[in-house]
Design a protein around this ligand. Structure first.
Ligand SMILES: Nc1nc2c(ncn2[C@@H]2O[C@H](COP(=O)(O)OP(=O)(O)O)[C@@H](O)[C@H]2O)c(=O)[nH]1
Ligand SMILES: [Mg+2]
Length: 278
């Protein structure tokens, strides 16, 4: 995220090493793990996560890439077609990093072992990870009976766990982007995606709305969905992406953020932030 100090004329990524934060999130993760194992017996119950919602191509997957340091599937078209849980586990060990990818469909229909990839942040590993996600995505679409149809989404969750010394302890849910109009091939797509977002956001989750800073900020998509799940706006944060392209300097960004905080489409307790993913 960007530091918004007025003394800075250029943008900086903030540091990822914060020991206190690390300790606290370690503690949180242990509690989260215990909760998860208890709650796993009850369907539809899980501890709170951070759910990333927004319009198609707003930069949602890029936020996950930025936070994990690992290249996910990002691109121009609808590339995220299933909910994807990215669980990052910080390990201080120097033994490199590892990604474990699985889904219920994959484990029951394909292999009884999850896919494991060493060093997913470097070339080979990154490509394997991308392929694994694509593979599971097409399995999930097949499972729904959508072979060969590109404009479809599946409700089945893909689980990616990254263990690395360079990631924060954080679990995020990436979702297909909200769209404003369905296409002719699949007239229900708009509602399918909206349903998927609703179903994957509990009323205890934190919501990260991602919007392109170059758009009319009054029309950022996702506020409606966020308001439904978080009426008091206490668990919602809005991140504006691509500030490197659309905002020339930190003063302009600060003004933009200030104006959104005062006159934005909705009042957010935690407000708005600028984000540079690339
Ligand atoms: N320059 C720049 N490009 C970005 C940024 N964030 C995302 N992008 C690009 O925007 C496109 C869409 O991003 P993606 O993360 O796939 O969007 P999603 O559909 O919301 O998941 C990709 O080509 C990204 O490389 C950013 O902060 N700066
Ligand atoms: Mg995406």
């Amino acid at each position: 995220m960007l530091q918004q100090s007025p003394n800075n004329s250029s943008f900086h990524h903030h540091g990822r090493d914060n020991d206190l934060l690390q300790q606290q999130s370690n503690k949180y993760r242990k509690i989260n793990d215990q909760l998860s194992s208890v709650l796993s017996e009850y369907q539809d119950l899980r501890p709170p996560n951070i759910v990333v919602i927004g319009e198609q191509s707003a930069g949602k997957s890029s936020v996950l890439e930025y936070l994990s340091g690992i290249r996910f599937v990002t691109g121009q078209n609808m590339v995220t077609k299933c909910p994807l849980q990215l669980r990052m586990v910080n390990s201080k060990s120097s033994s490199g990093s590892k990604a474990v990818i699985k889904s219920n469909i994959y484990l029951t229909k394909h292999s009884n072992k999850p896919i494991t990839i060493e060093n997913p942040e470097i070339n080979d590993g990154a490509q394997q990870l991308e392929e694994a996600i694509q593979h599971l995505t097409s399995l999930h679409l097949q499972e729904e009976g959508y072979t060969g149809d590109v404009s479809r989404v599946s409700t089945h969750l893909i689980e990616v766990e990254i263990t690395s010394p360079n990631v924060p302890d954080l679990t995020l849910i990436d979702l297909p982007g909200l769209i404003t109009t369905s296409n002719e091939k699949n007239p229900t797509l708009k509602d399918d995606i909206r349903q998927l977002v609703k179903r994957n956001t509990t009323d205890r989750d934190c919501i990260l709305i991602v919007g392109d800073a170059g758009r009319d900020l009054q029309t950022i998509v996702g506020f409606e969905e966020a308001r439904e799940k978080d009426p008091s706006q206490k668990r919602t944060l809005c991140a504006l992406t691509r500030v490197d392209k659309h905002v020339n300097d930190i003063e302009t960004l600060n003004k933009m953020i200030e104006s959104l905080n005062n006159r934005g489409p909705i009042k957010l307790v935690h407000g708005y932030v600028g984000l540079r993913n690339r």
